[in-house]
Design a binder for this molecule. Structure first.
Ligand SMILES: CCCCCCCCCCCCC/C=C/[C@@H](O)[C@@H](N)CO[C@@H]1O[C@H](CO)[C@H](O)[C@H](O)[C@H]1O
Length: 491
């Protein structure tokens, strides 16, 4: 039984997170260029569950002052948001011609945060690739690392005087596997054999080039830090058998090791066992070489160590079996390569999202594992949260249960000596949930998508999170008196 007076350190950064395409709207305002989500939702609307899009979303491009007011209401220390590449560089091949209106928007947004002592944490890429780059192959083009470095330099130059925490990419797995190796995120390319692996290599090189651009040309004056966010669900073995332990390890390598190992491991390069499996299967199937590309020595060294911290998006867990619960997958594909089954317990509380359950101790299991694998690494939890259906309303008891459980697991993690410096709740407000449109909502604040103003109203969970941030303690019995929000003094 956990003690109830355990505290988060005073300097621990509590915040919330969002992403440009999911909240900003203004998809074609003031010179913004087209991105892959604009193109996909406009030309193939049926791929989104409710045929919706992010054209207006929460309209944060115009509502950003209200958004910062909500941050002040919650009393957050930090706010994680992302830049829209095509808003800043409508022609991404011409990085010397910025869209001043886009730069002004982010300047105003950041200034409003800084004015109220809210630390901005900025992601350079949260899935909204300029369409022009996709027309040239996107992450599959070997020129991608150069395009990304050019864009990163524009961001550091314009915003690095006030932003001290940068993240290059949000969730490489979702970019590469879901977008290129599968069809569950734009650009839904479904190149199952090589899409994930080629994208992973170019993404990692782009990350490393941006990181060293920061380290060599900006860090000494700006004094900030630059990391990457990797989705790190927990995958443990279904049984104690050796086969299931190995299956869980291979699943971890395929889900996040593919992106973490080249940066954070001592050896560098893609994960060993997974590389071996993919190489073997590729040759058996008549490929000339492994479908997983190699890094040259120079590339491996460039990527290795290219991060000041590890951003973890953590939501859930699954148990992995070498023999049970398998599904049919296209051959060849990453899922066929690893050939394991996954299981989630019916006893775990379910959210509105098929992939998201409250799996006990999952933060502790994932972070402790990563800490042991990559000792001395600094971690931030850059996303964690819970979805409800669109008719769920303001009294969101399941979300409260989830947040209390997750934060208790985080306290266990801190007590075990893992160096976690912050926690960003996903999300500040309801937003466009990618392929699920507006059918799954993650907001601490409800957004009325029927109103022109996109009115924001705090849910009960917002009051619970506010109390945790203020007291640094998780009181399981705390109940707000009513749902009227206020701003505390000093915020
Ligand atoms: C269809 C049957 C499913 C069975 C259950 C499977 C359970 C698997 C559990 C592990 C989940 C692994 C995939 C994890 C994905 C998430 O980390 C990730 N996609 C979250 O991305 C962020 O999500 C937010 C909310 O979805 C938000 O949209 C944000 O933009 C993303 O960064």
């Amino acid at each position: 039984k956990r003690r109830q007076d355990r505290r988060f350190p005073d300097d621990f950064l509590f915040g919330t997170a969002t992403a440009a395409y999911q909240i900003e709207g203004a998809y074609n305002a003031d010179g913004k260029g087209e991105n892959i989500w604009d193109r996909m939702t406009h030309t193939r609307p049926h791929v989104i569950k409710d045929m919706s899009n992010g054209d207006i979303a929460a309209n944060s491009y115009y509502n950003y002052k209200r958004d910062v007011e909500m941050m002040r209401e919650l009393g957050v220390d930090a706010y994680r948001f992302s830049f829209s590449w095509s808003r800043i560089l409508p022609n991404p091949l011409a990085p010397y011609k910025v869209n001043q209106a886009g730069v002004d928007f982010y300047n105003n947004y950041i200034n409003e945060m800084v004015k109220y002592n809210i630390t901005p944490m900025a992601t350079l890429y949260h899935w909204d690739l300029p369409q022009k780059l996709q027309d040239l192959g996107g992450f599959l083009n070997p020129l991608f690392p150069e395009w990304f470095e050019d864009y990163a330099r524009v961001v550091f130059e314009n915003f690095g005087d006030r932003v001290k925490l940068f993240l290059t990419f949000n969730e490489p797995r979702e970019v590469c596997f879901e977008g290129y190796g599968w069809s569950t995120k734009a650009p839904i390319l479904n190149v199952t054999d090589v899409g994930t692996y080629l994208c992973a290599k170019h993404l990692l090189l782009g990350h490393a080039k941006a990181y060293y651009a920061y380290v060599n040309d900006f860090k000494s004056t700006q004094q900030g830090q630059c990391g990457i966010t990797i989705s790190s669900a927990w995958f443990g073995p279904l049984t104690d058998s050796e086969e299931d332990h190995f299956a869980a390890e291979i699943k971890r390598q395929a889900e996040w090791g593919l992106y973490a190992e080249p940066i954070f491991s001592e050896e560098g390069g893609f994960p060993k066992e997974l590389s071996h499996i993919v190489a073997e299967k590729s040759l058996e199937m008549g490929y000339k070489q492994s479908r997983m590309p190699e890094f040259t020595d120079e590339e491996r060294k460039l990527v290795q160590g290219s991060s000041d911290f590890f951003g973890v998006n953590h939501y859930s867990a699954a148990l992995v079996s070498a023999t049970e619960h398998k599904t049919f997958n296209p051959v060849p594909s990453l899922l066929a390569d690893i050939d394991v089954g996954i299981y989630t317990s019916p006893e775990w509380l379910s959210s509105a999202s098929t992939w998201l359950q409250l799996a006990p101790d999952s933060i502790y299991n994932a972070l402790n594992f990563l800490h042991n694998k990559y000792p001395n690494t600094i971690f931030y939890i850059t996303e964690n949260g819970w979805s409800t259906t669109s008719d769920a309303g303001l009294i969101d008891e399941d979300r409260i249960t989830y947040y209390r459980s997750a934060l208790n697991s985080l306290l266990d993690t801190l007590e075990a000596g893992v160096n976690v410096k912050g926690y960003m709740a996903w999300s500040l407000m309801d937003n466009f949930e990618w392929m699920e449109g507006y059918t799954e909502l993650f907001g601490l604040y409800e957004v009325d998508f029927q109103s022109e103003a996109r009115t924001r109203t705090p849910r009960k969970s917002a009051f619970i999170y506010k109390e945790i941030i203020k007291s640094r303690v998780i009181d399981p019995n705390y109940e707000p008196e009513n749902l009227t929000m206020w701003i505390d003094e000093g915020h």
